[in-house]
Design a protein around this ligand. Sequence first.
Ligand code: ATP
Ligand code: MG
Length: 570
Amino acid sequence: MRISSPVRMLASYARRYRLKIFLAVVFMLASSGLNVLPPYLFKSVVDDVLISRNTLMLNVICVCVIVIFGLKAVTMYLQRYCMNEAGQGVVMDIRNALYDHMMRMKLGTIYASRTGDLMSRITGDASTLQNIVTSTFIDLCFNLITFLGMFAFIIYLNWRLTTLIVIVLPFVGLLLSFAGKKLRAAGHNVQEHLADITATAQEAFSAVRVVRSFANEDEELERFREAGRGNYDALLKAVSVQGVLAGVIEVFLIAALAVVFRVGGMSVIDGELTPGELISFTGYIAFMVQPIRSVMNQMSYIQTGIASAERICAILGTPVEEDRGGHVHIPVIGRVTFQDVSFSYDRQEILHGINIDVEAGGKIAIVGPTGSGKSTIADLIPRFYEPSSGRILIDGRDISEFGLRDLRRQIGIVPQECVLMRGTVAFNIAYGMGDVDMARVKEAAEIADISAFIETLPEGYMTLVGERGVTLSGGQRQRIAIARAVIRDPRIMILDEATSSLDTASEHAVQKALNQAMKGRTSIIIAHRLSTIRNADRIYVLTEGRFTESGTHDELIARGGLYAGLYGNV
Ligand SMILES: Nc1ncnc2c1ncn2[C@@H]1O[C@H](COP(=O)(O)OP(=O)(O)OP(=O)(O)O)[C@@H](O)[C@H]1O
Ligand SMILES: [Mg+2]
């Protein structure tokens, strides 16, 4: 489902809560109706009590006022509660949908966005929307209804005086719509600057080592200050726009009131109007200023809210990974074929006409200079990206026919950069496997040659590792990543320089273990260190996105090309 407008999005999420919303509206109508009555009582106070000196009426009016306000309190409470039940629910659902969508968004889109910016949609924009949907929106409706109710009353009291008001109202309307536009722009500005603050801080924290090692704290602080100042200015501007507009509108209304009082006062003097009617009439107008002012204030919130909803919609409208395969399980045997595969991240083509064919259980290696596109080839197999032309087949079947998750679960990947999740070592090894018994975790750790190290940790397999495994070295992280790949017993193993951060001694150990782990599985190894790939069935040499040589180690050495040159240097 593609959601294009914020209102349609809100409406579609609100559908689930329609009963709650209906009740809230009923209570809102009741409470705003009750809000309209008090000024009318003024008329009775003046005309029936003060002028006619009627004690019974005085008592009745006093009791009425208490009852009206009591009922108003009850209906207000019920309305708030129902509306919050619905509103908070809607926002919670939207936030979850947003998170789910972000998790399934194409990797290219995620990499092209700032993480802080994405985060601020979940936090900032979602809570702005929360305030709007729950309190502001109700207050707005409440005030609008109160306003309309009071308007009906003044027509009833004296239509001639009302006409005077009606002449003024279109001007107020124009003023309000002008104000709305200004406030919306200001709201957008504030949100954007707020996201900028989050993104700036987030980036500095995630690159804290770089910041420290280049002693660049001052410059980072300056960038943060800059972002803060932007937000400060935007806020002040919004406040000033809002303040000026609210003031202008109020003066405008009070001036109108003075005119009405002048004309109405003359009518009372001429005996066309009772004093009570004039008092309740002007009372209504004075009371009407309050809803208009609130509407003004709330409009600015609403505009900010619409801006937030638009930003959320923009994310929900971005394409997600295509998953035509759905939930069907297709067991992978392991033959991997690239047919004339080309690929570009954006405009520039990175891979050109790549052809690979590896039998089930076979072992190939890809070597080549840095930036030639080796990791990119690896990323295409689990469909992190889609080729721009050509086909990738597993067991003769186009990989787009597999379910995304099903495909990825059957591929073991040891990435170039190993990120550990926040949790225990065991959790990290068994990541994504659900409940796995400890014996399997240990077995995998054994194969990855990391079990001895894990035993030395204070709580063994139950030791917590940080957000990015800060307590572990690069090589240790990499071996946990190897264990993580091995434990799933995948048919296809992709090792992106799995041994690059290991010292020579452990490299040999891991190499032996990996050879063990790769047995019977299709293995695709990417390495700078040629010693690790000597026994591959076929070695492909990648230069600037093209295979320039391929063959067995001996063939390539005999050929005396790039590979032989690289090997000679090792
Ligand atoms: N997410 C991305 N968006 C845009 N361009 C990218 C992205 N990732 C990599 N590239 C570009 O694609 C090219 C190939 O990158 P790739 O990571 O595949 O190289 P590599 O052969 O694995 O290099 P290394 O040996 O250093 O790991 C590089 O020019 C790189 O700048
Ligand atoms: Mg790489």
